[in-house]
Design a protein around this ligand. Structure first.
Ligand code: CUA
Length: 332
């Protein structure tokens, strides 16, 4: 198998391209400038007072140190009304300004406009799944520029957090409820999305790509992605599906992962946790995708979620065809 197209699917854009700060990539969403402005306002106020306090503290320690061993403390200063009002009123004004800016930004974040395009986001250990209005499922987030989008997030297992640094926006995906994140004035390009809530072994691999298209390109992408079988063989579709849905836990090159590798799996005996051995044929692979807890491979934990209802029969067949190909290559 050539590494090219698979690498293309799994390669993520550089995390801090030119134009961003040391911490964050360039802004690519409408609210990002205001979010950055509030952040840097609080940041520079904090830096100013940190420096002021530390410098005064060091100066006072030196200036008022005890100079002779026998020196006794004298009575302290009485209070100074003008000074006390100053150090109360200035911080009060600063925190009220911070609250106002933060509250205004928060109200904008939690109130999506009407008519935004809804995209369903399902988080699970350890991948993201995006469902578009036409029912198409994808492991990457694709968005049209020039249109508001509303992400409706939920989780299959534990709390995850969807975070796109270039958008400066983050939202928890919580099991048993929906949460919302809305996006506007998106800049076309490729960005990195990640999980920002520790969710287990594969947390740091829970990355995906966000692509913002020009509006016409988005429609073209959606119609092509909705029917991958039109232009590809089963094994090719299987390769894409494995890269998107399975690769964070199962390698295709023999490397150990959260789950066993797919290389050389098909047609070979598999030792299970209960001590029995089965042959990895079509039925075993299909059962493992739909009912992963039934036949757990020896040496691995029962951590795989079911893909029942998430992969269509044709897609499961495509994955199995691809695994056959991986076995053929492994035998040569
Ligand atoms: Cu999902 Cu961390």
């Amino acid at each position: 198998m050539s590494a090219g197209p698979l690498a293309q699917v799994t390669t993520l854009p550089s995390v801090a391209p030119a134009g961003g700060s040391v911490w964050l990539p360039p802004r690519a969403e409408g609210a990002a400038a205001e979010i950055d402005a509030v952040f840097y306002f609080i940041y520079w106020v904090s830096v100013f007072f940190f420096v002021l306090i530390v410098v005064l503290m060091v100066y006072f320690v030196i200036r008022y140190r005890r100079r002779v061993e026998s020196e006794q403390p004298r009575g302290g200063a009485a209070h100074n009304t003008r000074l006390e009002i100053t150090w109360s009123v200035i911080p009060l004004i600063l925190v009220v300004v911070m609250f106002y800016l933060g509250f205004r930004g928060y109200m904008d974040l939690v109130n999506p406009p009407a008519g935004a395009m809804d995209i369903q986001v399902l988080a699970q250990k350890w991948s993201w799944n995006f469902t578009y209005p036409n029912g198409h499922d994808d492991a990457e987030l694709h968005l049209p520029a020039g249109r508001n989008a509303r992400l409706v997030l939920t989780s299959n297992d534990v709390i995850h957090s969807f975070y796109v640094p270039a958008f400066r926006k983050k939202c928890d995906a919580v099991p048993g409820r929906y949460t919302y994140l809305w996006l506007r004035d998106l800049k076309p390009g490729e960005y990195l999305a990640l999980c920002a809530e520790y969710c287990g072994t594969g947390h740091s691999d829970m990355l995906t790509r966000v692509q913002v298209h020009d509006p016409a390109d988005f429609q073209k992408w959606l119609s092509e992605a909705s029917d991958p079988f039109r232009t590809r063989s089963y094994a090719e579709v299987g390769r894409l599906l494995v890269a998107r849905r399975c690769a964070s836990c199962h390698s295709v090159d023999g490397r150990a992962g959260v789950g066993p590798t797919f290389k050389g799996l098909y047609g070979h005996p598999v030792r299970l946790q209960d001590g029995s051995t089965v042959t990895a044929d079509e039925n075993y692979l299909r059962d493992s995708i739909l009912y992963p807890a039934r036949q757990v491979v020896a040496g691995y934990g029962p951590v795989m979620p079911t893909f029942r209802g998430q992969l269509r029969d044709r897609e499961i067949t495509a994955i199995i065809e691809y695994l056959k190909e991986l076995a053929d290559h492994a035998n040569r």
